[in-house]
Write a protein that binds this ligand. Structure first.
Ligand SMILES: Cc1cc2nc3c(=O)[nH]c(=O)nc-3n(C[C@H](O)[C@H](O)[C@H](O)COP(=O)(O)O)c2cc1C
Length: 232
């Protein structure tokens, strides 16, 4: 099966059957999520795994009563940083440099640059930026689940503030962003299972451009090369 076959197979499962997902499959999906690229390699998010039925019952109540929350095998909660700080960014780069056997100050120029750029944009922008990174990981988890023939429902329909309260995320520097219940479809009770997959036609989705289509800008900025911030 190719990736495209897997993506055709998957759908946002509406009814799951409560069957458990094997640990190896769960680990594979989590590993794909962990290997996702992120802006500056900061991995400004993490994944919380919940299979405790009593906790899932509570989460369902703040997720518009969506049955996949309790009929799944495992619920993945993606949670992203609530902001950038010198301490946080340094911690990641120090770890990265240690793992690569490089001096800890290798990335200092780059670190100062991103903190200088993100700082003035405020915490709301920063939390949004971190949340966007978590969606890349979320997307790879969806694809990996499809490859493992594990059903998954992307879920944004929940109250993030309430979930953060329930999971005691407040004060940890993380905010929940999106949910992914993993499990298996109960096809006979799922209205979506046999529906045609509908997407924007390719001609409308993909646009090719050349210089002839671009605007003439007289004020293109002269920017310092990003490479000049990092050690060669
Ligand atoms: C970020 C995101 C949030 C979503 N939230 C929900 C949700 O709360 N409940 C739900 O049943 N489906 C949800 N969906 C599923 C979409 O409706 C679905 O992916 C889309 O209609 C395409 O259909 P398909 O995934 O079956 O191919 C969400 C999808 C994404 C990507």
């Amino acid at each position: 099966m190719s990736l495209l076959d897997d993506l055709h197979w998957r759908y946002a499962t509406k009814k799951m059957n409560g069957v458990s997902v094997q640990q190896e499959k769960l680990d594979y999906i989590l590993e794909a999520a962990r290997l996702a690229p992120s802006s500056s390699g900061l991995q400004q998010y993490k994944v919380i795994v919940i299979s405790d039925k009593a906790l899932l019952e509570k989460i369902k109540r703040i997720a518009y009563d969506q049955s996949q929350i309790t009929d799944c095998s495992h619920l993945l909660v993606f949670a992203a940083w609530d902001g950038y700080s010198e301490e946080r960014v340094s911690q990641v780069f120090n770890y990265m440099m240690d793992e690569r056997g490089l001096p800890r100050d290798t990335m200092d120029g780059y670190k100062d640059t991103i903190l200088g750029l993100y700082g003035p944009l405020g915490q709301e922008w920063q939390a949004h930026h971190a949340a966007k990174q978590s969606y890349i990981s979320f997307g790879l988890a969806i694809a990996a689940a499809a490859e493992q023939k594990v059903d998954a429902t992307p879920i944004e329909g929940f109250l993030p503030d309430k979930l953060d309260e329930l999971l005691q995320l407040k004060g940890t520097g993380y905010k929940s962003t999106v949910l992914l219940p993993l499990g298996y479809r109960e096809a006979e009770n799922d209205w979506l299972v046999n529906m045609k997959k509908v997407r924007t036609p390719k001609a409308a989705f993909v646009t090719e451009m050349t210089i002839a289509d671009a605007a003439v800008l007289s004020d293109l900025p002269v920017m310092q090369s990003l490479g000049s911030f990092t050690r060669k």
